[in-house]
Structures are given as structure tokens and as C-alpha cells.
Design a protein around this ligand. Structure first.
Ligand SMILES: C[S@@+](CC[C@H](N)C(=O)[O-])C[C@H]1O[C@@H](n2cnc3c(N)ncnc32)[C@H](O)[C@@H]1O
Length: 266
């Protein structure tokens, strides 16, 4: 599978580059980046509803760097436990926490300290500190119990993983039987060139490690997830410098994607 093949820069170096990029997003959200950020972008390009965005502290929404809209993939019901496996500044997590309500729980994991601090502060500003918990960790090795999660949310992050098989297997491990996955990620119409895959800037901008739709479906299936399907596409890179760095016929887009853990049959 293309994007899980070894790339010609080392994984630790890649992780440092990714962490440095998103540390900068946390510290300077209005800086110069290859990708869009913020609530206005989320509404205009990704169809987030203002009713949801208005309830998220700007501290979190200014630093939103997703590529699709997991909240259009499915519904989080009151009382459910939601995990955002790389939550960034926490915008999706806080929207999910409101849907889960006071009897639910929303857990955010992220490897970048400045993002975790922002998400923690944003949860407090939103008055959601009782049900939101931010944990330090990697989505390749989630600090989350087996079979404890009803919905895994993911936005713009699977493409960043060199070992996507492991990320999906962790999603499957933490989900309860019947649990759902609401993913937004980047897809490409054809395989990227080795040159594009080997550029850490393009990788950290969420394009270098992007898959094709069918590869994503196969990865979910290989992890044991069922009903995997793409549900929507978004022009998340329109008018960004990333769009100009890759060839047009790659058709780089954001997509929404659903999958589910099997129910156990006794
Ligand atoms: C494109 S941003 C998306 C953040 C958030 N989902 C959003 O929509 O704003 C990527 C985030 O993934 C986090 N990240 C990247 N690789 C990770 C890993 N291996 N484990 C945990 N977090 C990771 C980064 O720290 C960053 O906050």
C-alpha cells in the first residue's frame, strides 16, 4: 500500500516536523501555512453549522486545521463516550462533547503539548471541563482502554501517519462492538510521486501521506471494521499554497468517511 511504504526520510524526523508544524499552528494560528484554518473556513469549505461553531471558544476554532466534517458523518448521542484520536485544539471534540451531554464523555488525545494546553483551556472556557479530558499520546498507541469508546472522531490526521495500519488497528481496539468511526481525511485521485511523498513540508501539510479512496476502505477492512464508505468530499485546499505545490490531476480533496466495529455475535 503506497502511503504505508517506507519513505525516504526517517519516521522520527517526520514526527518532529509534524509536531513543529502544529506547535506553530497552536502558537501562531494566523501565521503562514499551506492549509486553511479557523471557523470561517470550517463553515465555508466544510459545511460546519454556525450553531455549532458559535458554541466553540475562538481559542479552539482559530486553530482548527481539519479537512472535512466528522459531524456530518453521523450523530453522537447523549451519554456516549467519544474519542478524538488527534484532537489538536479541540474544536471537533467540544462539538462532540456538547452532543454527548453531561452523562457522556469526550476524550482528546494529541502528541503536541501546545495543542493539548489549548484544548484543555478551551474546554474550561466552554464550561465542559467535567466531561472533556485531554490526554498526551500517539494515535499509534492510544492511552485508552480496550472496547471503551462509542465514536472515534478523526479530522485531517490519518494522512500524517507513516503506519496507517497501526492507526486503524488502534481505532478498532478502543471501539465497543458496534462503535462508529467518523473520519475526515485527505484523498488523492492517484498515487503521489516519490518526490511529493518525500517532502516533509508536503507531508506535514496533510498531502504527502494521503491515500486513495479505495486504499482507505481496504485499510479499514483489514483492521476488522465493517460498512466502510466515503460519504462526502470537500475542496479543503482550494486557494491554499499546498494546492499550487501539487499537480492538478492529483485532485487532492478532503473526504468524510464512515466505518464501524462489528457487533459481537454470541
Ligand atoms: C491537521 S491537525 C488536525 C487537528 C484537529 N483534528 C483539527 O481538526 O483541528 C493534526 C494534529 O494531529 C496531531 N498529531 C499528528 N501526529 C500524531 C500522532 N502520531 N499522534 C497523536 N497526535 C498526532 C498534531 O499534533 C496535530 O494537532
Amino acid at each position: 500500500m503506497a502511503a504505508t511504504c517506507p519513505i525516504n526520510f526517517d519516521v522520527d524526523y517526520l514526527r518532529q516536523q509534524v509536531e513543529a508544524e502544529y506547535d506553530r499552528v497552536a502558537r501562531e494560528p494566523n501565521g503562514d501555512f499551506h492549509f486553511h484554518r479557523g471557523a470561517a473556513y470550517a463553515h465555508k469549505y466544510l459545511s460546519y453549522a454556525w450553531e455549532d461553531l458559535d458554541q466553540v471558544p475562538v481559542l479552539a476554532s482559530d486553530r482548527f486545521a481539519g479537512v472535512g466534517n466528522p459531524h456530518r458523518v453521523g450523530i453522537v448521542y447523549p451519554g456516549e463516550t467519544v474519542l478524538d484520536h488527534a484532537c489538536g485544539a479541540g474544536m471537533d471534540l467540544l462539538i462532540a462533547a456538547r452532543r454527548a451531554g453531561p452523562s457522556g464523555k469526550a476524550i482528546g488525545v494529541d502528541m503536541t503539548a501546545a495543542m493539548r494546553e489549548t484544548a484543555t483551556q478551551a474546554a474550561a472556557i466552554a464550561g465542559l471541563q467535567a466531561t472533556v479530558e485531554i490526554r498526551d499520546g500517539l494515535y499509534e498507541e492510544l492511552p485508552v482502554e480496550d472496547a471503551s469508546i462509542d465514536v472515534v472522531i478523526s479530522n485531517g490526521v490519518i494522512n500524517l501517519a507513516p503506519d496507517k495500519t497501526r492507526v486503524f488497528s488502534e481505532i478498532e481496539r478502543v471501539l465497543r462492538p458496534g462503535g462508529r468511526v467518523f473520519i475526515a481525511d485527505v484523498i488523492v485521485a492517484r498515487e503521489l510521486t516519490v518526490e511529493a511523498r518525500s517532502n516533509p513540508d508536503i507531508w506535514a501539510a496533510c498531502i504527502g501521506g494521503a491515500l486513495q479512496e479505495q486504499e482507505m476502505i481496504e485499510l479499514a477492512g483489514a483492521a476488522g471494521l465493517v460498512n466502510a464508505r466515503m460519504t462526502e468530499r470537500f475542496d479543503c485546499f482550494r486557494d491554499t499554497s499546498a494546492e499550487h505545490k501539487v499537480s492538478k490531476d492529483l485532485e487532492v480533496q478532503g473526504m468524510n468517511f464512515f466505518a464501524q466495529k462489528r457487533f459481537e455475535i454470541y
